[in-house]
Write a protein that binds this ligand. Structure first.
Ligand code: ZN
Length: 207
């Protein structure tokens, strides 16, 4: 599931709203919230919700929540040159496109695995193609089974821990990221792009 090349100047213009003002007391800090809207995805709408529930059950520091004014929007297309993909800042904001032909016809993949995988990108994870199916981020290119037989839609413990680590510094819901944090996130993405080409690109073969 490819993440197209990110345009960093455009990325800088994306408002990064993470959640409310930090509490003054020592009360437990609420998790950051990524609001999403999958209502335009027809049959995939429930798969989006299942993907959100899976991540919500696995994470401590960030949660998905439905909203009509979302940070993350999903839509479906019959076919897309990039296949199914996420584009955005990998800090909750962005868009997910589901390529119906690729998922249902070409690869015959479990839709919930696809939704959870793309949401994994929105949470900050990169692809891990050619690793075992148990890694959610192996996506449509697991090393051990055909994509159609890889039905796991749970992140590995390592993947969940990586996401919690990323979001540990963004705990206060509704707070705006500082310019320094935005720059750090951009630098992280740019570094990975330099090391691997685009963050997730293996030539457009897989979603
Ligand atoms: Zn992917």
């Amino acid at each position: 599931m490819r993440v197209p090349r990110l345009v960093l100047s455009a990325f800088a213009a994306v408002p990064l709203v993470m959640g409310a003002v930090a509490p003054a007391t020592a009360a437990p800090i609420p998790a950051a919230t990524i609001t999403y809207d999958g209502s335009a995805t027809g049959n995939y709408n429930s798969a989006n919700d299942q993907g959100a529930q899976i991540w919500n059950g696995a994470l401590r520091n960030v949660k998905f929540q439905k909203s009509s004014s979302p940070m993350l929007r999903m839509r479906t297309v019959q076919s897309h040159p990039s296949g199914s993909h996420y584009s955005g800042d990998m800090r909750g904001n962005g868009n997910i496109v589901y390529d119906i032909n690729q998922i249902d016809v070409q690869l015959k993949m479990n839709p919930v695995r696809v939704t959870a995988h793309e949401m994994g990108h929105a949470l900050g994870l990169y692809d891990r193609y050619n690793t075992p199916c148990r890694n959610l981020m192996s996506g449509g290119a697991p090393s051990d089974v055909e994509p159609s037989k890889c039905t796991s839609s749970q992140p590995s413990a390592q993947e969940a821990a990586e996401v919690d680590k990323i979001w540990a510094s963004y705990l206060a819901p509704g707070r705006q990221l500082t310019q320094t944090e935005v720059q750090a996130a951009m630098a992280d993405i740019a570094q990975k792009q330099a090391a691997k080409g685009t963050p997730c690109d293996t030539g457009g073969k897989y979603l």
